[in-house]
Design a protein around this ligand. Structure first.
Ligand code: E4P
Length: 220
């Protein structure tokens, strides 16, 4: 399973990328607004920090402008993945960009039918939003299961399932059980995955016992 981080905060991305656990980054217009950064400046900066894909989302809603924006975003760095919304114009743009060799992340997916369309349009990634479905008492992880089952039926569907709108470590674990390709995690959730009170207590006990021995592993 690949881990992307879902943020446009360069400091967070640098810190998490240094762990070697980050395979890519996703941004969206809300995350860019939250960062307070200039979109066209921050995306190349993020692309320098990770080798994998960095999703940058178009802001237009009509095909022609989306395509022009997508081409411009793809030109910012070799590892940009252009993000388009799951609309007819978005799917048209996805097909055109994918045919030209650009990776496309189709976002705002809330149904299996939408996911089929994105695969047919040549999307590199489909982003179903699990948290936002859970928020309205729908079954976010059920959607991931359905999409993974459908995609597995068709060898010509090369689209990866990118679990988005993740709210907790449990979402990551459930997505991994299903076999989803990628999770995009808010930095806080990635850090939460590390922690366990028994790890903390166990480490404290080991360190205390070690100190009792008076030994050192390194000379200096
Ligand atoms: C990722 O690509 C999405 O933009 C993001 O996961 C949405 O998350 P949210 O529902 O927490 O805003």
């Amino acid at each position: 399973m690949k881990f992307f981080v879902d943020t446009a905060d360069v400091d967070d991305i640098r810190d998490l990328a240094s762990t070697g656990l980050v395979d890519g980054v996703t941004t969206n217009p809300s995350l860019i607004a939250k960062s307070g950064r200039n979109f066209l400046e921050v995306i190349p900066e993020i692309c320098e920090l990770v080798d994998g894909p960095v999703s940058a989302e178009v802001a237009a809603t009509d095909h022609e402008t989306m395509l022009a924006e997508g081409r411009k975003l793809a030109g910012l760095a070799p590892n940009v993945a252009v993000k388009v919304p799951l609309t007819i114009d978005g799917l048209k743009t996805c097909k055109a960009l994918a045919d030209a060799g650009t990776k496309v992340n189709v976002t705002l997916c809330f149904s299996p039918g939408q996911a089929i369309l994105a695969a047919k349009a040549g999307a590199a990634y489909i982003s179903p939003f699990v948290g936002r479905l859970d928020d309205i008492s729908s079954d976010g992880m059920g959607l991931i299961d359905e999409i993974c089952t459908i995609y597995a039926n068709y060898a010509d569907f090369e689209t990866e399932v990118l679990v988005a709108s993740i709210r907790s470590p449990n979402h990551v674990i459930e997505a991994a059980k299903i076999g989803a390709d990628v999770c995009t995690l808010p930095p806080g959730v990635l850090r939460q995955l590390v922690g366990h009170p028994l790890t903390d207590a166990g480490l404290a006990a080991f360190l205390a016992d070690w100190a009792e021995t008076g030994q050192k592993i390194l000379d200096s």
